[in-house]
Design a protein around this ligand. Structure first.
Ligand SMILES: NC(=O)c1ccc[n+]([C@@H]2O[C@H](COP(=O)([O-])OP(=O)(O)OC[C@H]3O[C@@H](n4cnc5c(N)ncnc54)[C@H](OP(=O)(O)O)[C@@H]3O)[C@@H](O)[C@H]2O)c1
Length: 330
């Protein structure tokens, strides 16, 4: 197959290119070229913010296009101007209107689509992805893949990798973790998702499908992280009020304790019913393997970690927690 990856210079797009090349497909990536594409893929330099930016790709026919864009205008223009037998849009769990029950399926209510061509900021990400889905749904053959939290090699967000890394590099006898060890969490390994995106292109899988791994208790994930890191540090949950007083965020950001959500309306955010994707060929590796791969990425990371606690932040938070617990005992 001749596959056009709109993207391909970042985390998932590069993994999709590698997966397609491994299956013997020809891969052309189209992006501004801010980083290299996968070895063996071609690159056509385009700027999709330019209304005429896709001009270098016009007049060609693709067996499939894989698009990672978040911008409705970019997807609308691509669908209008490029010729392909099948479209695969990388969408997101963020398209759903609510996250108040475990493992929602694809028939759950969506946000309203963003009418504008340009998403003003990430607060409109879900609406923008709904609009991107609507654009590809105007084609004859399309898949919109609503991905959960994507983790593993190349994940510079570090949301999963933070815990095995911190357990491998403790700042004391314990490692500080979120208060809610029963919190439900699911992730999908980048290479499992990428491989299945290529399957969607090959098999012309039709419609919108959720794609993430099985749901785990956060406490079980942390126990696995400890095993993967070879650590004997204790896991020490920090009460939500201590985190709030210290300005430590949930989910992501710096400083944060990632992967849990303190807002009840978002409690089930990372879980999805992915049974339709599994029936269409999605295979996800055991969480332990993704944790080990995320740890390996963290050990060689060259960019600043975008979440978690620095050594100093963890030490300061531990002292706060000690005082909080002493006060509670007094
Ligand atoms: N991370 C997660 O946990 C998660 C969860 C659910 C869904 N997702 C979705 O997964 C996908 C992640 O994709 P990714 O990691 O490959 O990419 P990404 O980090 O979103 O990067 C965007 C890609 O698009 C290209 N691009 C951006 N602006 C462009 C422009 N004006 N013209 C041409 N190309 C442009 C970039 O290349 P250049 O900079 O070289 O132009 C890059 O290759 C996204 O669709 C995201 O919404 C992510």
């Amino acid at each position: 197959m001749r596959i056009l990856v709109l993207g391909g210079t970042a985390f998932l797009g590069r993994a999709v290119s590698r997966a397609a090349l491994a299956r013997g497909h020809e891969v052309v990536c189209a992006a501004r070229g801010s980083a290299p594409v996968a070895d063996g893929a071609g690159l056509v330099v385009v700027d999709r913010d330019d209304p005429d930016g896709l001009a270098p790709l016009r007049g060609q026919r693709w067996d499939a296009v894989v698009d990672v864009s978040r911008q409705p205008g970019q997807v609308r223009r691509a669908v209008a101007e490029l010729t392909a037998d099948h479209w695969v849009l990388v969408s997101s769990a963020n398209v759903y209107a609510r996250f108040d029950h475990l493992e929602q399926d694809e028939d759950s209510p969506l946000l309203d689509p963003l009418a504008d061509h340009v998403m003003p900021d990430m607060s409109r990400y879900g609406e923008a992805k709904v609009a991107c889905e609507q654009a590809v749904a105007t084609t004859a053959s399309w898949t919109a893949v609503r991905a959960g939290l994507i983790c593993g090699p190349g994940d510079d967000s570090g949301r999963l990798g933070y815990y095995p890394w911190r357990l491998a590099h403790p700042t004391g006898a314990d490692v500080l973790v979120p208060p809610a060890l029963d919190h439900p969490v699911a992730v999908v390994d980048v290479d499992d998702l990428a491989d299945w995106l290529v399957t969607c292109a090959q098999e012309q899988v039709h419609g919108a499908l959720n794609a993430t791994g099985p749901t785990h208790r956060l406490g079980d994930l942390l126990d696995l992280a400890r095993e993967v890191a070879g650590s004997d540090a204790a896991l020490r949950p920090v009460p939500a009020e201590v985190l709030a007083d210290a300005g430590v965020e949930a989910w992501a950001g710096t400083p944060s304790l990632p992967l849990w959500v303190d807002d009840p309306e978002w409690r089930f955010f990372s879980t999805l019913d992915s049974s339709r994707a599994r029936a269409a060929g999605l295979v996800t590796r055991p969480l332990r393997q993704t944790l080990a791969r995320a740890l390996a990425h963290e050990q060689t990371r060259t960019t600043p970690r975008a979440c978690g606690l620095t050594d100093e932040q963890e030490r300061v938070l531990r002292r706060r927690l000690d005082h909080h617990q002493e006060d509670a005992r007094a």
